[in-house]
Write a protein that binds this ligand. Structure first.
Ligand SMILES: Cc1ncc(COP(=O)(O)O)c(C=O)c1O
Length: 458
């Protein structure tokens, strides 16, 4: 094993090779901009890991937290509550789709997913007509639901998940519903193909399946894999038909990212359980939630001596400071034209990227919904062959954007754009220009520097 001569840094960063890590340290933020300790101003093109909705230091969110701080910073939700947290639960009941309305708080997206897994499992064990064989989950190919062990078990991304296989449970694995890399020789539409694939699995496994777990519409960490329109709707129908719960993980897609408050609304779907996080507090403080429909919640109701309560609970779940930020964030998101503006701006950004890059020889696909976009860079556009991973093309592009004032973080060779929803058209124009120029310059340099076989050989 190489002994890397690296400074003994105390702060160990997630998903980061510490032997090869140029740390950008942020001093402060304002709106969509961050300032490093070296004084460089950077546009926050990924909303501080997809969660900052209304920009940094928003006056209303700052004030809401300060105001709550004058009352109480933290109380537990085990056996007691805080009015602010109760108020937030009511607000979430109002704005989540259909009859979703029982809100179980946790502190991060992974924990919201863990709670959903245990909740759905316990539901089948103890509902009036129990189905004790329902102990497994169906997860999609390349799924990402977080980094705790249950969430990793659902995950299907090679580098993130495969290593941990010996300590994981095994889900029934569905397809990757990707329209860019369709399996060879299908003679139906992508929607029909993937619906059929999922139906085959449900038909075979429904008696052992507690739930289907999916990121609706867009699988973010998989590289903005964008499902064929209608798939979520079809999966909802299949779940109803085969008596399997539907858990939608909207940790990434929730709170306006797809132009609607929740991605599920784009296909008029109400999941049985909804997981939310990231943007819930406007991206200010750690808070997540698992929201259930009444039939789930009711299965946990019984005399105290019956031991049917949900056996789960996090120390900081429902923290009042986070709840205050979340209420202030929802106040903004539910202002009359907020989401329409997001939809318009998302379209602007997408069109701007498409106009300049759609014919670029190393841009394979431009995908996503509204304010969550992915640009997949490939060695060969015709065969869709990726670049060799050692070239780290995505990373190099993002290094270049940083030099030009834009902070973005790639997923492999997919360039991810997830700007704060409040970004103005002028800021989105700047973001698009820097990203387009960086992709063009980096791929041009690459062609000059690498042997042609790197880029052209099969
Ligand atoms: C869809 C999805 N689910 C769950 C998570 C995990 O959330 P957290 O990082 O807050 O644990 C993420 C994080 O990116 C996500 O994108």
């Amino acid at each position: 094993m190489t002994n890397y001569a690296v400074p003994q840094v105390a702060h160990w960063h997630g998903f980061t090779q510490m032997a090869d890590h140029d740390s950008l340290v942020i001093k402060d933020g304002e709106g969509c901009w961050l300032t490093t300790t070296d004084g460089q101003k950077l546009f926050d093109g990924v909303s501080s890991l997809w969660c900052n909705v209304h920009g940094h230091r928003h006056a209303k969110l700052d004030a809401a937290i300060q105001d709550q701080l004058k009352r109480v910073a933290h109380v537990t939700t085990l056996g007691m509550s805080c009015q602010t947290t109760d108020d937030l639960a009511e607000r979430l009941k109002e704005i989540t789709p259909g009859d979703l309305g029982h809100v179980f708080f946790s502190s991060d997206g992974s924990s919201a997913v863990e709670a959903a897994l245990k909740m759905s499992f316990q539901y089948w064990q103890q509902r009036e007509d129990p189905k004790p064989s329902k102990t497994r989950f169906l997860a999609l190919g390349s799924a990402y639901h977080g980094d705790t062990t249950g969430a990793v078990s659902l995950g299907g991304i090679k580098y993130f998940h495969q290593l941990f296989a010996p300590i994981l449970f095994s889900p029934v694995r569905g397809p990757i519903p990707c329209s860019y890399r369709l399996p060879a020789e299908i003679n139906v539409t992508p929607l029909e193909h993937y619906t059929h694939e999922i139906e085959i699995l449900l038909k075979k496994h429904h008696e052992e399946l507690a739930a289907v777990v999916m990121e609706p519409l867009v699988q973010g960490a998989a590289g903005m894999i964008t499902h064929p329109r209608g798939l979520l709707h079809n999966v909802r129908e299949l779940c109803d038909h085969y008596n399997v719960l539907l858990i939608c993980d909207e940790v990434a897609t929730g709170f306006g990212r797809t132009g609607k408050m929740f991605a599920c609304e784009n296909e008029s779907v109400t999941p049985d359980i909804l997981c939310i996080g990231k943007g819930l507090t406007g991206g200010y403080l750690p808070m997540a939630a698992t929201v259930a429909r009444p039939h789930i919640f009711d299965a946990f109701l019984a005399p105290a001596t019956d031991s049917r309560q949900f056996f789960h609970g996090h120390t900081f779940g429902g923290n009042p400071l986070a709840a205050a930020a979340a209420i202030a964030s929802l106040d903004l998101l539910t202002e009359s034209s907020y989401l329409e503006d997001v939809e318009r701006k998302g379209e602007y950004l997408r069109n701007r990227i498409i106009d300049d890059l759609v014919d670029h020889p190393h841009v394979g696909d431009i995908r996503g919904r509204c304010m969550m976009l992915g640009i997949e860079l490939v060695a060969d556009r015709t065969t869709r062959r990726p670049f060799p991973s050692e070239l780290q093309v995505g990373r190099s592009v993002c290094r270049r954007t940083v030099c030009n004032g834009v902070w973005i973080r790639p997923l492999g060779d997919v360039i991810i754009l997830m700007p704060p929803l409040i970004a103005t058209e002028a800021e989105l124009e700047m973001l698009a220009t820097v990203v387009i120029e960086s992709i063009k310059a980096e791929t041009a340099d690459l062609i000059e520097q690498t042997t042609p076989s790197h880029l052209t050989d099969a």
